[in-house]
Design a protein around this ligand. Structure first.
Ligand code: BF8
Ligand code: SF4
Length: 672
């Protein structure tokens, strides 16, 4: 084993989990807990059971010291044992751990950017008149993006501008010059541009950086762990580039989100309607399903249903929540449990984070599982290929299938947990700025930065990432947020973390009343009083899906610009308490390279190399100002995040006071 004397954090987490399993405390979501009891009664296996069946998980794998990069392997490294301290090819443990880590980033960047590419193609085809069911919805954003990336717009037809923007986006995937990708270079500040140039991690083409990383980590190529990690960071910035263009172009096609009111948790399923869950990530399908469903209520009536009820799961759910106010049924960890209600007539999947276990669950109920993408199929499910040329027609076929499935419900199996919470979401970067502009028209972002400088709030924490069976479902996400809110830290969120907050009532006024500290409460109330919204503002501001983490990057860039400081000086932290996917690793990696301290509540497999662990937690800080904080205990994690924010805000206020006294202006300090 990698270490016999010392327990790794991964060991500690495994022990914690053993205890949790015996306590049967596996979720803090009351609807999920009720469904799990139901699953036990019906003897149906869920991911909770499969997690248990996998224990104990292999320690070689858990600490990153198992190499399967060539078929001489697997090579399992025991650093303390002569002869077994290196792989067959001579690879050291640090090489192996680094290679395994960055290959996660390659996977994550590939997934996010390919999603972005699909959106770019649809924008191109829309502009060319070849995607009849799509249109350019947000012309203002199109013009703003075009101007930002240097496309001349004066006097040009809107379709021509859209075509040029789409082509520029597609060029970011494979351009052959040596300039940084457009969607990186035009969305970050000068200080970061300089940093990325100096450290040679600015990608010049998304596909190239992913391909190069796979090349770099091929057997017998790069053995230098630091160089491998820098290759990983280049791919991570390609991940950022892909998601940044995905967000921009999705807003152009479907509209930039504005505040919406909706609900979350399994109680949003309606026993009297045809219930359809959209699950996955790419809104090209789910948006059209939303529009198609609005036209098909009458057809649902023909089978005795009172209409169609659409709900969302995972990030495609976040996309349609943000733009259309579609309720969220649940997040990644509890996706199978939506089927167990017995009233989900169809689950429509596109790509990413659809657990194959949903099919086994569908086999026990009447739910139709419908795959729609040629790269994402599950054996036994129905496949209705989704094409952008026939989008509406395809969406209607899917809905018809759901309507026919409604008649197959098994009444004896229907059990809908009566839990749902009020949600106010839809806070794109533009929507937040609009909200701030009601308090300060000339400099909206200064509403946030001044509140920090004046001590009303301490800083900002962004919650992102997944559910992970190595933790109690949703628990640490909520515990950390409550603690930070009490300390007057402004909270924003994306992805399945936002799903957890939605289900727990933290995306509503209820959260503000119960958990906000006095300063944060005052800040939110001030925004609320000036806003023209009918809804009360929430404790946590939902900024969208995982690709929408680019919106959070816009927020910190704007704050740094306003304060005339670099991002690593901002009292801004991030937390992914239940990081799970390769995409979460790639996001975390670009977030730290941007200069943000980032907590991760589940240990990635890196503890097998002290060097790699040290690079991600210490060296990263020296080079980029951002770094990972690996902490599995949510209470300790919250204290660490508060400490990071307090330290940065203290420095910021000192600089500000000094500058005001001696320079009659704001501090201009650029050291991290
Ligand atoms: O992209 S948070 S489990 S659904 S990977 Fe997946 Fe993680 Fe959820 Fe969204 Ni993001
Ligand atoms: Fe073993 Fe080297 Fe092959 Fe990895 S690359 S499996 S360490 S021989």
């Amino acid at each position: 084993m990698p270490s016999k004397t010392k327990d790794t954090k991964a060991d500690v987490q495994m022990e914690q989990n053993d205890k949790l399993q015996s306590d049967e405390l596996r979720t803090v979501d009351p609807a999920a807990a009720e469904m799990l009891k139901n699953a036990a009664n019906l003897n149906i296996k869920t991911s909770w059971d499969r997690y248990k069946a996998q224990q104990p998980q292999c320690k070689f794998g858990n600490t990153g010291v198992c190499c399967r990069i060539c078929i001489q392997g697997p090579c399992r490294i025991i650093p303390s044992k002569p002869g077994q301290d290196k792989g067959i090819c001579g690879a050291s443990v640090y090489t192996i751990v680094a290679r395994n880590l960055v290959r996660y980033i390659a996977g994550g960047a590939a997934a996010h950017s390919d999603h972005g590419r699909e959106i770019a193609y649809t924008l191109l085809h829309t502009a060319e008149g070849n995607a009849p069911d799509y249109k350019i919805t947000d012309k203002e954003k199109l013009i703003n993006v075009a101007k930002r990336i240097g496309i001349q717009t004066d006097g040009k037809d809107i379709d021509k501008v859209a075509k040029e923007v789409a082509i520029r986006a597609l060029e970011d995937f494979g351009k052959y010059d040596n300039k940084p990708c457009t969607w990186l270079d035009t969305t970050i500040d000068e200080e970061r541009k300089f940093k990325f140039k100096n450290t040679t991690i600015a990608p010049t083409a998304i596909d190239r950086s992913i391909t190069q990383l796979l090349h770099q980590t091929h057997v017998g190529t790069d053995a230098d762990p630091v160089n491998i990690i820098f290759g990983g960071l280049r791919a991570a910035l390609a991940d950022y580039t892909g998601m940044s263009l995905a967000t921009d172009l999705t807003d152009i096609l479907f509209g930039t989100p504005t505040p919406v009111v909706t609900e979350a948790n399994l109680g949003v399923l309606d026993p009297e309607k045809v219930n359809i869950a959209v699950h996955g990530h790419n809104p090209l399908l789910s948006q059209v399903v939303v529009h198609a469903a609005r036209e098909m209520d009458a057809e649902a009536n023909t089978v005795g249903a009172k209409g169609i009820n659409l709900v969302g799961i995972c990030c495609t759910g976040n996309e349609v929540l943000m733009r259309e106010g579609i309720p969220t049924a649940t997040n990644f960890g509890s996706q199978e449990l939506a089927i167990m209600t017995g009233v989900l007539d169809a689950m429509v999947m596109d790509v990413q984070c659809i657990a194959p276990g949903v099919k086994d669950m569908c086999n026990c109920f009447h739910t139709q599982l419908v795959s729609t993408s040629h790269i994402s199929k599950i054996p036994g499910s129905s496949h209705i290929e989704f094409n952008e040329e026939t989008a509406m027609e395809d969406a209607k076929k899917i809905i018809k299938l759901a309507i026919s499935s409604y008649t197959n419900r098994k009444p004896e199996l229907i059990k809908i947990p009566q839990f749902k919470k009020h949600v106010v979401g839809g806070f794109s970067f533009e929507a937040l700025i609009n909200l701030f502009s009601k308090v300060n028209t000339t400099s909206p972002i200064s509403v946030l930065t001044e509140a920090i400088l004046d001590g009303e709030i301490k800083g900002v924490c962004a919650f992102a990432g997944c559910n992970n069976q190595k933790t109690i479902h949703d628990a640490s996400i909520i515990e950390i947020a409550k603690r930070l809110a009490k300390e007057d830290i402004f909270l924003v969120s994306t992805g399945c973390s936002a799903g957890a907050f939605a289900k727990a009532g933290l995306l509503s006024i209820e959260g503000v009343e119960e958990y906000a500290g006095p300063g944060l409460k005052k800040f939110i109330k001030r925004l609320e009083e000036k806003s023209d919204l009918k809804a009360k503002l929430p404790l946590v501001f939902h900024m969208g899906s995982c690709v929408d983490n680019s919106r959070i990057a816009n927020l910190w860039s704007e704050m740094a610009k306003e304060l005339k400081i670099s991002i690593p000086q901002l009292p801004f932290v991030a937390s992914a308490p239940e990081a799970m996917s390769e995409k979460a690793v790639s996001i975390g990696s670009w977030v730290i390279s941007m200069g943000i301290p980032t907590h991760v509540g589940v240990l990635p497999p890196i503890e097998g190399s002290e060097l790699v662990y040290g690079v991600t937690t210490q060296i990263a800080r020296d080079v980029f100002g951002g770094y990972f904080i690996f902490e599995t205990d949510p209470a300790k994690a919250a204290e660490k995040l508060i400490e990071k924010i307090e330290k940065r805000v203290w420095k910021l206020r000192i600089h500000r006071q000094t500058a005001e006294k001696y320079n009659s202006g704001r501090a201009k300090v650029y050291e991290a």
